[in-house]
Design a protein around this ligand. Structure first.
Ligand SMILES: [Zn+2]
Ligand SMILES: [Zn+2]
Length: 615
């Protein structure tokens, strides 16, 4: 893995004598895996120089992945100037947070409008695809990517990259959730800060927001950035090996940054840590390859938790303070969500009836004990609804407050003062985080008969048969797909009569692509699962086996019932032309031929699942 900083500054580019050594360009970092997968992190003004160097370098990759944390200017201003996106025959995949409302593509390409930009680039030679992300995992080439929402006045994602056996975390534009941590962390980490530490845990290289010093922080509460002290303390807690202080304040001179690095290193020494700290500098190159075993002192991370509940687009707000009510209402509506208020009605009753996606409660709600109310709200949320976030709005939150609130079922805090933009991004993250659910296929109308037919074939849980295996082998080979399968959709599972390229014999129906494929008469093709609302958050997309492309032809039993799908899968976005699709249909036709001949009731196999089950 080789990484180079092209822009390290935050907020606004700062050219001049005082920033020569650490650089004046805004955020842009390139990383390449040993096998050549190319990832660019953010597209601040540093992307101008990077793009130019890539266009001039004959050996530069034509295909790349651009991971955008958020659409504040200092992270996208270089986008119109990043030449590889607009010239050459290559193709780029551009990723960023999904948000609610304007699309990622509109936010980025909007900068190319006549008003802002002199050159029209409506029809670039390169083919670019846009992917809108929530929290989850996916793969780009041989790099595994995990995303997590950060704490910033715009919806912002952090990226954790597993590449060549090392972990690089890019977490910029993030403020401590508990603002007291901005002055330095004492005692145990709690809540969202603990989860942030788990996200960065064991990183070989952590590139972290460190815009302010603790002394400057009280003047900049709610601006969405970290202090140097917080970055160092978090890295120490999380067993990080090297910390790059990043997103330097535009007014910070080179000499001041030198002094800050000295202080940060002293902080590490005082804590008895082994962390290496440096300030990211434009042009600095880092190469890593070996695995370093971290000594994280944190509890086990919970990154593999699946998204569970469906999005319901209502936010319940309860506050008696007019200004807060106004800010909340504006924020909720600006995101495009529905605002619910309880008025004089019983909050718990309103919540039970309306099933909101988020509840925001003012800590100083008149007429009762808010924590008791939280406990009652929690009692009303069982099963999937137990993930419902309940957030307290308060002027301050002491450690004791937080402990008691957590015990009462409070998820998080929104501490005053906060800007409308800040409230808006927090609300979006709370809603998306719990609501990022994939869509399970509905049951077909003839489900009882369909299941009776499937079970009547006596094919489920039988052993492998060459006459089916040769067809899945052919599909994989002829269409050049890493995974091919004959999948049968049972009541609660999909079971593979034959599968190539996947070490599993079944998975849960609710995450099954094939359960969708059996609903139609025509083949179902998903060119890019990230771009498909039905599948973007599916655990088979965000985790093993990392489905990006799917094509499945419904397979019918002799009586005409669709019992499963003959399908091919790839880990990258793809298209199938008409001839390839016909080939897949022909092979599926041969599968139906074989089913007509009957099935050997061979020995039962042990069923093993690779797809995670929802609890
Ligand atoms: Zn920024
Ligand atoms: Zn920002």
């Amino acid at each position: 893995m080789k990484l180079r900083f092209w822009g390290t500054r935050g907020s606004i580019p700062q050219a001049g004598y005082s920033t020569l050594r650490y650089g004046g360009n805004t955020a842009c970092v390139i990383l390449r895996s040993a096998s050549g997968t190319c990832v660019v992190l953010d597209c601040g003004t540093g992307a101008h120089g990077l793009g130019r160097s890539m266009v001039r370098d004959a050996a530069a990759p034509e295909h790349g992945h651009l991971l955008i944390t958020h659409t504040h200017w200092d992270h996208i201003q270089g986008f119109p100037f990043f030449a590889p996106l607009f010239t050459g025959a290559g193709s780029w995949d551009v990723y960023g947070p999904r948000g609610i409302g304007q699309s990622l593509k509109d936010s980025l390409v909007g900068q190319l409008r006549y008003t802002y930009f002199p050159v029209l680039l409506e029809d670039p030679a390169s083919t670019n695809r846009y992917h809108e992300l929530v929290e989850g995992r996916f793969a780009v080439g041989d790099i595994r990517v995990t995303t997590r929402f950060l704490n910033h006045p715009a919806l912002t994602l952090g990226y954790r990259l597993e590449v060549d056996g090392v972990v690089v975390v890019y977490a910029t534009d993030h403020e401590p959730h508990d603002r007291r941590y901005g002055m330095g962390i004492e005692g145990d980490l709690t809540g969202e800060d603990l989860r942030h530490a788990q996200f960065i845990a064991g990183a070989d290289l952590l590139i972290h927001d460190a815009q302010y010093t603790a002394a400057e922080y009280p003047e900049r509460l709610g601006w969405g950035h970290s202090t140097i002290e917080y970055a160092v303390d978090m890295a120490l807690r999380a067993g990080v090996r090297e910390l790059a202080l990043f997103h330097h304040d535009p007014w910070r001179t080179d000499d001041e940054l030198d002094a800050i690095v000295v202080q940060a290193r002293q902080r590490v020494v005082n804590a008895g840590g082994a962390l290496e700290v440096f300030a990211a500098a434009e042009g600095r190159v880092i190469e890593m390859g070996r695995r370093w075993l971290p000594t994280s002192r944190l509890p086990q991370a919970t990154l593999d938790e699946e998204p569970q509940a469906e999005v319901t687009h209502a936010v319940l707000v309860a506050t008696a303070e007019a200004a807060t009510a106004e800010v909340m209402a504006a924020a909720v509506r600006a995101i495009g969500l529905q605002l619910l208020t309880a008025g004089d009605a019983d909050l718990a009753v309103v919540a039970a009836a309306a099933e909101p996606a988020l509840i925001l409660l003012d800590r100083a709600l008149p007429g009762g004990d808010v924590l008791a109310l939280c406990r009652r709200l929690r009692e009303g949320t069982q099963g999937q609804r137990s993930l419902l976030p309940i957030v307290l709005i308060a002027d301050q939150a002491s450690e004791e407050d937080r402990r008691q609130a957590e015990a009462a079922g409070v998820t998080d805090w929104l501490v005053r003062p906060f800007s409308p933009a800040y409230a808006r991004s927090r609300i979006t993250a709370w809603v998306l985080r719990q609501g990022a659910a994939w869509l399970s296929a509905h049951r077909p109308n003839n489900e009882p008969r369909r299941l009776a037919t499937l079970h009547g074939l006596r094919i489920l849980d039988t052993g492998p048969e060459e006459r089916f295996d040769r067809l899945t082998r052919m599909a994989g080979r002829l269409l050049n797909m890493p995974i091919s399968a004959l999948s049968l959709v049972d009541a609660d599972r999909q079971w593979f009569k034959s599968v190539q390229g996947l070490d599993a014999s079944q998975g849960p129906r609710e995450a099954s692509f094939c359960a969708h494929a059996i609903l139609g008469d025509e083949p179902m093709v998903v060119p890019d699962a990230f771009l498909d609302q039905r599948f973007a958050d599916n655990p088979a997309v965000t985790g093993e086996p990392f489905v990006r492309f799917y094509a499945g032809v419904p397979v019918h039993a002799p009586d005409g019932c669709a019992i499963g799908s003959f399908c091919v899968i790839d880990h990258r976005p793809r298209e199938l032309d008409a001839r390839d699709l016909q080939l897949l249909k022909d092979l599926a036709g041969l599968v139906e031929e074989e089913l007509r001949k009957g099935v050997d009731g061979a020995a039962e196999t042990t069923a093993q699942s690779v797809l995670p089950r929802r609890p």
